[in-house]
Design a protein around this ligand. Structure first.
Ligand SMILES: [Zn+2]
Length: 523
């Protein structure tokens, strides 16, 4: 049973919606810059659980928080440090957008992230953390948290081992003078206001020295992360909310938030879905580094169904690892093709279920699982200007393409070309040499190429015929297969390896091949 079906039935067996009608599924992301693809895994997991519940006739709402009320704590390396240093420590909604046309920093990067959700077919209901606080819906919970600061302090010590000063309060105040929140320290709650001093100096963030008292309601202050998390569950009545592995360890933020939820707010925490990391090139790298690691970069590499496969194909307990500059991109396309083949052959198993879940719910009833040319072959042919992609695809399929297959082929070719220019490793890049390149060949290699030239000159040959003839040459010349193929790839591509040689030669203009083989054999 696939993980999404397993989780959905676990939820149905063990939970009832708190409001009696609709399960509330929630996820969130602090928009501190371009969002890492790892956060897409959470979106996909929550989104897919909602889809499967709906298939089972169970109503749910998937709600997503755009986190714009956390401090801007570091400047990503793709932004101008000089321009953004003065904004360090401010809440993200108060940091300017890197480009004009957006309300603020969080909206700019948030919009990009939301665009990726849409492409993958996950469309939750969005809200901003700032709007939620400003609505006053958090006020009673902020009040409880302030009144019970000692209990929270004890829980954080017992669960996470973090020691807080006796004067510590679980809120972060936005300084009325300089607008920063990372520099403030709150103390002395009197039932209506808290005292605060803007005197903390984390990293390059400069405090203004202001001290004062403030009513911490309606977004004037924000609860610290683990308390905020628990309070949001209560304020919204969250039934289901998972979290990444980094939060899910014993003593981690989820553990602490669960304790705070039960012991401070008297609320049974939501059904948890702990999930593993999405690694990029084997690393859990930050999105401020490394091209290809953002949710958007990754989505640019795949059509929606294949991107969904990347996100949902592995069990939530397994790591995902995709390296845009390695072989994992063609492999993911191969995986999707393999699932499609199973569907065409009428298999009803986990593979066909997974294939169906890669499609949007509305397309699942009548699944179309088209034949497609392998991604790596499309990528190769796309680099051979004289080859017709459609002819080659029809040849590979064994019959003419249908209209839908043609559309799919064009789409795959667009993705392949983008991958080749943006990320593909050298071994996938081919450049057909218009002129005979300067390469070294042994006498045996030259002899074999000469025999091949004669064979091709006699009449037009198919890929299959050329393939068989190449194998005959091994004993006829004789020549080691490795030496034969190396010679061929060298004179056409200046490489030592390449595509299936017979079909490759058959696809090139015949006179061009004969001329090249002769030139090489007479060198
Ligand atoms: Zn200040």
């Amino acid at each position: 049973m696939l993980w999404a079906d397993r989780i959905a039935s676990e939820i149905q067996d063990t939970r009832k919606p708190r409001n009696g009608k609709t399960f509330l599924i929630r996820d969130e992301k602090t928009i501190s810059g371009r969002v890492h693809v790892g956060s897409m895994r959470g979106v996909a997991i929550h989104g897919l659980v909602a889809e499967v519940l709906a298939e089972n006739g169970v109503a749910s709402e998937f709600r997503f928080e755009i986190g714009d009320l956390d401090p801007f704590d570091s400047i990503p390396n793709y932004l101008d440090t000089k321009k953004f240093t003065e904004h360090l420590g401010k809440p993200l909604f108060a940091v300017p957008s890197p480009e004009s046309g957006f309300k603020n920093y969080a909206e700019y990067f948030g919009e990009e992230f939301i665009g990726v959700h849409k492409k993958a077919g996950f469309i939750p209901n969005y809200y901003r953390a700032t709007d939620f606080y400003r609505s006053g819906k958090m006020d009673t919970l902020v009040k409880v948290a302030l009144e019970r600061a000692n209990d929270i302090r004890r829980i954080l010590r017992e669960v996470s081992g973090s020691e807080k000063d006796v004067s510590w309060l679980p809120v972060s105040v936005i300084c009325e003078k300089c607008g920063k929140m990372m520099t403030t320290r709150a103390y002395g709650y009197d039932g209506e206001t808290v005292g605060y001093a803007c005197d903390k100096n984390p990293d390059e963030c400069v405090p203004c020295g202001h001290t004062g008292r403030i009513a911490p309601w309606r977004g004037a202050a924000k609860l610290f992360w683990k308390v905020d998390w628990a309070a949001k569950w209560v304020a919204q009545g969250v039934d289901i909310e998972g979290g990444g592995k980094d939060h899910s360890t014993r003593g981690g933020s989820r553990d602490a938030a669960n304790h705070i939820s039960r012991e401070v707010f008297g609320y049974e925490p939501p059904f948890d879905i702990p999930y593993e990391f999405f690694l990029v090139g084997g690393k859990k790298m930050s999105s401020s580094k490394g091209r290809g690691s953002s949710a958007k970069d990754m989505s640019d590499l795949f059509p929606p169904q294949t991107y969904r496969l990347a996100l949902i194909g592995k069990d939530i307990r397994e790591q995902i690892n995709i390296d845009p500059s390695g072989e994992s991109v063609p492999r993911l396309y191969d995986w999707h093709d393999e699932l499609a083949l199973g569907v065409r052959e009428g298999k009803a198993d986990d593979y066909s279920r997974l294939y169906a879940l890669c499609e949007l719910p509305k397309n699942r009833a009548a699944l179309s699982a088209l034949w497609q040319m392998r991604f790596r072959e499309v990528a190769f042919i796309a680099q051979m200007p004289h080859l017709s992609l459609e002819d080659e695809a029809a040849r590979a399929k064994g019959s003419a393409l249908t209209a839908d297959e043609r559309i799919a082929l064009e789409e795959r070719a667009r993705y392949a070309k983008f991958w080749l220019t943006a990320y593909a490793p050298e071994e996938f890049k081919y450049e057909l040499q218009e002129e005979m390149p300067n390469v070294n060949l042994s006498n045996i290699q030259k002899k074999a190429l000469g025999v091949l030239a004669e064979y091709l000159q006699a009449e037009k040959r198919t890929g299959e015929e050329l393939h068989l003839r190449l194998h005959e040459l091994k004993t006829e010349v004789p020549i080691q297969p490795k030496d034969l193929f190396q010679a061929m790839y060298r004179i056409f591509l200046v490489r030592d390896s390449g595509p299936k040689a017979g079909w490759f030669l058959a696809g090139l203009p015949r006179n061009f091949v004969i001329k090249r083989l002769k030139e090489a054999s007479q060198q």
